[in-house]
Design a protein around this ligand. Structure first.
Ligand SMILES: *Cc1c(COP(=O)(O)O)cnc(C)c1O
Length: 375
């Protein structure tokens, strides 16, 4: 059945997504936290009927994600952006339940207009706890000269009368012990401001659904925090929702030898799997080994002109042929939300593998999608 899918195509497996949601719901039930989906990591809205049975809403990075959350998810809409502009904030105010400002100056600039449009909106400030053990600088929001969040030195106490919560986001693919470290710094610096607050949002980056994540520790950190400060706690993971919920299937278009075996695929690391180059990391390929581990090793390259558009070296028991399918595992988070049409390359279709075994192609892309983004 997989073999008949027109490639390239992302296939999200409903049963695996639901398994993640069940674990996240277990965390909610046991800890009392509310979990919302960070759309920037996973925005396949045709799955939202399922996702919203478990999660409380979405966190959006600006107007477009807020609109998608409002239209397609419907529950709580939390909107944060490093900076809002005069135009977007009007519509964001109408459809958001929480608006999270990055700085006291942004809050002071927009609080009145937001409240005049929507008196029920809850305002918060993102703070920078200045502690993070994020694995790489590009994903470290607490690094030197960071623009993300307000440090204690930049915190202006006059914002307190306008806010009902504080947000931080300092983790990236991390375990509960990393959260514990951040919480310690956060509490030390900011707990003097917690009095009267309704909620604290612990951001994303909690790798809750990864095998080996210490779920019980997360639950006790949240429970203790709620008991100590009498506030609601939110988590807003993206990756943990989409983690290992499906794959990107592609086809071999050509193979040849240039010092080693090279295979060209109908997908692209640059355009379709951007984090493999940005992080960087090597995506797993189903049925493959490390270079040299099996009899036939290939360097997989994308179908663009970028020399570095390379997925990595993979080995197989049998030689690859034109038309063979190559399945990159775990390509549902931070992939189609970041895709580009570099080189005019076709965007992979989007499909859902239903629990009853059928695979529905829910979206196909073509020339029009490329053309419509240009003029
Ligand atoms: C990226 C981001 C998230 C989600 O992070 P994940 O690593 O996908 O869990 C949540 N909140 C904020 C503010 C973010 O920037």
């Amino acid at each position: 059945m997989i073999k008949s899918i027109k490639t390239p195509c992302y296939v999200c497996e409903e049963a695996l997504l639901e398994k993640n949601l069940e674990l996240l719901d277990y965390v909610q039930q046991r800890s009392g936290a509310k979990i919302i989906l960070a759309l920037k990591g996973f925005a396949m809205w045709s799955t939202f009927d399922l996702v919203k049975r478990y999660l409380h809403g979405c966190t959006a990075s600006g107007l477009h994600e807020a609109k998608l959350a409002y239209e397609k998810f419907g529950k709580e809409v939390h909107t944060y952006s490093p900076a809002f502009n005069d135009e977007d904030i009007q519509e964001i105010a109408k459809i958001s339940d929480h608006i999270v400002f990055n700085s006291p100056s942004q809050l002071m600039r927009f609080k009145d207009v937001v409240k005049s449009i929507n008196p029920n909106v809850s305002l918060s400030i993102r703070i920078n706890p200045e502690v993070s053990s994020s694995p790489v600088d590009i994903y470290n929001p607490c690094g030197i000269y960071s623009r993300l969040g307000t440090t204690l030195a930049n915190f202006d106490e006059s914002v307190l009368e306008h806010i009902e919560g504080l947000n931080f986001h300092a983790l990236c693919e991390q375990d509960a012990d990393a959260l514990e470290e951040v919480l310690e710094a956060f509490e030390e610096k900011f707990s003097k401001y917690f009095k009267g607050l309704k909620y604290i949002n612990f951001g994303g980056g909690h790798h809750i659904t990864r095998k080996g994540y210490d779920v019980e520790k997360l639950i006790s950190l949240i429970s203790d925090f709620r008991a100590k400060y009498d506030v609601e706690v939110y988590l807003e993971p993206g990756e943990a929702v989409g983690w290992q919920t499906g794959f990107l299937i592609s086809s071999v278009l050509d193979t040849f030898k240039n010092g080693m075996n090279v295979a060209i695929l109908d997908t692209s690391a640059e355009a379709h799997m951007p984090d493999t180059l940005a992080m960087p990391y090597r995506a797993m390929v189903r049925g493959s080994g490390e270079a040299g581990e099996k009899a036939h090793t290939y360097r997989f390259g994308g179908n663009t002109c970028l020399a570095g558009d390379i997925m990595g070296d993979y080995s197989f028991d049998e030689p690859l042929k034109v038309g063979d399918k190559v399945i990159f595992e775990d390509q549902i988070h931070y992939t189609f939300v970041k895709n580009t049409t570099f080189n005019g390359i076709r965007l992979p279709s989007l499909a859902i593998w239903r629990k009853n075994g059928t695979i529905d192609i829910i979206k196909d892309f073509g020339y029009e999608d490329y053309k419509n983004r240009l003029s």
